[in-house]
Design a protein around this ligand. Structure first.
Ligand code: ZN
Length: 103
């Protein structure tokens, strides 16, 4: 098994795992049962994608990098709220802090 990617949370991890499966890779998710304890434990408890076949690693990395780049391009970059100055993730249309719309 080869460590492929450490996800930010269980949702991202599952999303990427599904994508890899659709591309024919055999991958598994480890550590997601500990995500609820984040903040109290070292950072390596975040859900991590592992590749079952070592030989798939270079190709799987390529597929994952392309997929992440496309996902990022789709939601757009983070934006700064014109009212309160908070940085908001590109996926959101409203500022989480003050409720202002994206400029
Ligand atoms: Zn704001």
């Amino acid at each position: 098994m080869q460590r492929l990617y450490q996800a930010r949370d269980r949702i991202e991890a599952q999303f990427l795992l599904d994508h890899l499966a659709r591309q024919g890779f055999s991958a598994t998710l480890l550590g997601d049962y500990l995500a609820g304890a984040a903040g109290e434990l070292p950072v390596d408890i975040y859900p991590t994608l592992w590749l079952v076949e070592d030989a798939d690693l270079p190709h799987a990395r390529e597929v994952l990098a392309r997929f992440l780049a496309e996902a990022q391009a789709e939601v757009g970059p983070p934006w700064d709220c014109p009212r309160c100055g908070e940085t908001v993730e590109g996926a959101f249309e409203l500022c989480w802090n003050c409720g202002s719309g994206r400029p």
